[in-house]
Design a protein around this ligand. Structure first.
Ligand code: SF4
Ligand code: SF4
Length: 67
């Protein structure tokens, strides 16, 4: 099983990671961070295959994938 960790305080809520994930593990959440952005959240961690597409797509390098 792989784990995706999002640094919420660096996230700007652009949603690129959500679109990049082939397993629909990520969504934009309903809580904002300290900068006022609604951030990506992990909603289905059990589906993550560790492909790291989300991390490659993130322009702010907020995603860590741990296999
Ligand atoms: S590592 Fe792959 S499957 Fe897991 S959240 Fe990122 S894009 Fe989705
Ligand atoms: S790609 Fe990065 S900045 Fe954009 S929503 Fe995902 S984690 Fe946040």
């Amino acid at each position: 099983m792989a784990f995706t960790i999002i640094d919420k305080e660096r996230c700007k809520g652009c949603s690129l990671c959500v679109g990049a994930c082939p397993k629909k593990v990520l969504e934009i959440g309903t809580e904002s961070n300290k900068s006022g952005y609604y951030t990506a959240v992990v909603v289905a961690p059990e589906k993550c295959i560790g492909c790291a597409f989300c991390g490659y797509m993130c322009p702010d390098c907020c995603i860590t994938v741990d296999k």
